[in-house]
Design a protein. Structure first.
Length: 380
């Protein structure tokens, strides 16, 4: 009995093994090697902005150093360090009592000299009439005219001196020359400042609008200059390190007059509205300028671009078979690569798994989101 059961089991096991081996496993071809699982993405043919990426530095359009224009002791400080100020806003007061006293003295001098000028003018008029009646000599008449002219000149000199002293009184009240942000204020109430010492009371840095300076390779210069000749300047975007918000938006306003022969680059500047003070002078930012839009450009996912001995290439899936297409990489645009080659719009390009694929390999597309680049198509 035991011998018969053992014989039956020995006959059944090969049959079961044969039955299991007769069905193809998942992911394999019934008449060839196993199919390679890959992830694909769609190629897009359409308008793509020409985006030039560079590193830049934020610069202020104007930095004004606050200096005294007269001698005097600081009596009032009306602002605080780091405060935003407006043009014409009062910042410091210097002791102006001496200039006020000099002004009053010179105004009194003016009154005296005007009275003297009136008397000499009357004398000149009187001697003119006496000369006509032969009661005064020509010499006395000329002397009276000279005295009247000298007195009038003295009045003019008094007026000029009064204007000068009034300026000294005005200069004792120091105001902001531009809109901007104050820096450190090294002097406080009680300090005596002298014009001859050229002491700085602080600085005002203009922060709105603000400039970003950056350099790009000279090969982009013709395209950028053509864009500057249009009615709308090329847009410029700037992103500071660690800034998670949208990029600051500005426009290109300056192209340098010469190319740096040492680096082969050209200096550009963009102007940005900076009311929220997102950009600070001296800050390093990543800059993107878009001088033109390339029509009918071919773009694929950057991860799809492979590099071999014959250059760059991608694998395109057609009817479950991988086909190698040679390409030329023009530039990168975020997660997309702009290329040149024989690729049609909508063709599926292998993004993940291309390293295991060769020409003619049978593949199975396991893309979770095969239309994940459709946002670019929406922008077309």
């Amino acid at each position: 009995m035991l011998r018969n059961a053992t014989f039956a089991l020995a006959m059944i096991l090969p049959l079961l093994a044969a039955a299991q081996g007769g069905a193809p496993a998942a992911g394999t071809s019934p008449s060839g090697p196993p199919m390679i699982p890959v992830t694909t993405d769609g190629a897009i043919v359409g308008p793509v902005p020409v985006q030039i990426i560079a590193n830049g530095t934020v610069q202020s359009e104007s930095v004004v150093t606050i200096r005294p224009r007269v001698d005097g002791q600081i009596t009032h400080v009306h602002v605080a360090e780091g405060q935003m100020v407006r043009r014409g806003q009062l910042l410091f007061n210097l002791d102006s009592r001496l200039y006020q006293a000099l002004l009053q003295q010179q105004e009194a001098q003016l009154l005296r000299d005007r009275a003297q000028a009136t008397r000499t003018q009357l004398d000149a008029t009187r001697y003119q009439s006496l000369r006509g009646e032969s009661f005064a000599s020509q010499q006395r008449f000329e002397q009276a005219q000279a005295d009247a002219a000298a007195a009038a000149a003295t009045v003019q000199a008094d007026l000029a001196l009064i204007s000068q002293i009034r300026l000294s009184v005005e200069f004792a009240a120091i105001t902001a020359e531009v809109d901007g942000q104050l820096g450190a204020l090294p002097l406080r109430v009680g300090n005596f400042v002298r014009l001859a010492e050229n002491v700085a009371l602080g600085t005002i840095t203009q922060t709105n609008p603000i400039l970003v300076q950056f350099n790009v390779p000279e090969r982009w210069l013709p395209m950028i200059r053509n864009a500057m000749r249009s009615n709308t300047p090329p847009p410029v975007l700037a992103t500071a390190d660690g800034d998670t918000g949208p990029p600051a938006e500005g426009v290109l306003v300056f192209i340098d007059s010469q190319v740096d022969t040492a680096t082969g680059s050209i200096t550009l500047k963009g102007r940005f509205d900076n009311a929220d003070s997102r950009l600070l002078p001296g800050q390093y930012v990543q800059v993107s300028v878009v001088p033109a839009v390339q029509e009918n450009a071919i773009s694929v996912a950057s991860a799809a671009v492979q590099t071999g001995q014959q250059g760059r290439y991608v694998f395109v899936v057609a009817d479950g078979v991988a086909r190698r297409r040679s390409i030329t990489l023009d530039r990168s645009l975020g997660e997309r690569a702009v290329v040149r080659g024989e690729i049609r719009h909508g063709e599926r390009v292998i993004v993940d798994g291309a390293q295991r694929v060769t020409e003619g390999s049978r593949v199975v597309d396991r893309s979770v989101a095969p239309q994940r680049v459709s946002s670019l198509e929406t922008q077309r």
